[in-house]
Design a protein around this ligand. Structure first.
Ligand code: NAP
Ligand code: HSE
Length: 334
């Protein structure tokens, strides 16, 4: 049987976008043998056509013209991996209006506008998925949407920002914040504006998405009480370390009689606490709920190849034509 070719477009060809293309190219044969699908990146939107790329696409793939993607009827599915709020939200809506399913890694957009975008996707009757927006390679959104009974989770606790976990683990061994942040940038972990990592807003957005997905009650970023790690010094961390303590940026979300509380804060933990032992840029999420008790997921939480694996998982589900819309959860569906 000859494979079905699926034409993919990317909005963004940076750390995540170029890694998606690399993964689809390098693993094309295995994907085809397993799924019968050949996913090809045929267009990718960027700002600067002359910028050097870590994985160079064939000539003609990169474009600065969004219309060349939105108006191309031969494109089957689009991955939004450019980030930001504007013009991204307009692009998102235009793609839905043009009948294109969307996969996104954009937690800031969804944590602010998820409910409205869920409505737009529902009206367009198109699946939208966002695994890559939460916890990098860890498939927690899929577990919440597909493996667990709806609204069975009562509490979520975890480390959901890879960059700050990396920084804290480096700083407790004496590394200066700025030097550790340079390393995190070089490794592709940090946001384009790393203040989102440092001030806790990246983790807050992810916790809002997890809470909405799990609890069936939309929670937006402005409902999250959050603080970050910018004021923590290597000396504080070294002292805590000598006392058998670790500081980690911990997110917590809980639901009680349909009231949802979500917060993110640096938290001092015993060195043997499971969240104190999350290494480098890994994430860990514990789901607590009725029936299953406690379920813990741990894995790479940031980075181009790591996040690309989540994007490609969603692209394949949509390309196979069996994808429910996970975005519907952000609109209150469960
Ligand atoms: P990045 O390396 O900065 O890449 C962004 C890409 O989008 C670049 O190719 C850029 O074009 C393009 N772009 C940005 N604004 C644009 C605009 N207005 N018009 C056209 N193109 C535009 O960022 P990234 O690390 O790949 O992250 C992308 C998204 O994934 C963000 O939402 C981020 O939060 C999310 N995410 C990242 C990670 C990670 O570990 N890096 C993990 C999970 C989720 P140029 O290259 O020409 O500048
Ligand atoms: N900057 C984010 C982090 C990327 O470090 O967790 C993954 O969402």
């Amino acid at each position: 049987v000859s494979p079905r070719t699926v034409r993919v477009a990317l909005l963004g060809y940076g750390c995540v976008g170029s890694s998606v293309d690399r993964l689809l190219t390098d693993r094309a044969d295995e994907i085809e043998e397993t799924t019968g699908l050949r996913l090809r990146v045929v267009r990718a939107l960027v700002r600067d056509l002359r910028k050097p790329r870590p994985f160079q696409p064939p000539p003609g793939v990169l474009t600065t013209d969004f219309g060349a993607i939105c108006e191309d009827a031969s494109i089957d599915v689009v991955a939004e991996v450019m980030g930001g709020l504007t013009p991204t939200e307009d692009y998102f809506r235009a793609l839905l209006a043009a009948g294109k399913p969307v996969v996104t890694a954009n937690k800031q957009l969804l944590a602010r506008r998820g409910r409205e975008l869920a409505r737009a996707a529902e009206l367009a009757r198109l699946p939208v998925r966002f695994e890559a927006a939460v916890c990098g390679a860890v498939p927690v959104v899929r577990i919440l949407c597909e493996a667990l009974p709806p609204r069975s989770v009562r509490r979520i606790v975890g480390v959901v920002n890879g960059t700050t976990n990396y920084l804290l683990t480096r700083m407790e061994h004496g590394r200066a914040l700025d030097d550790a942040l340079d390393e995190a940038r070089d490794l592709g972990y940090a946001e384009s504006d790393a203040r989102d990592d440092l001030n806790g807003s990246d983790a807050a957005a992810k916790m809002a998405l997890l809470a909405s997905t799990a609890f069936g009650t939309p929670a937006s970023l402005d409902q999250v009480e959050f603080s970050g790690i910018a004021d923590i010094s290597p000396r504080d961390l070294e002292e805590a370390r000598r006392a058998g303590r670790r500081v980690r940026l911990v997110g917590e979300a809980a639901v009680d009689d349909r009231a949802v509380v979500v917060r993110v804060a640096p938290t001092e933990l015993d060195e043997h606490h499971e969240l104190a032992r999350v290494p480098a840029a890994f994430n860990e999420v514990a789901l607590e709920g009725d029936g299953f008790g406690r379920l813990t997921l741990r894995g790479p939480g940031a980075g181009g190849p790591e996040t690309a694996s989540a994007v490609v998982g969603d692209l394949l589900a949509i390309a196979a034509g069996r994808a429910t819309s996970h975005l519907a959860r952000l609109g209150g569906a469960a």
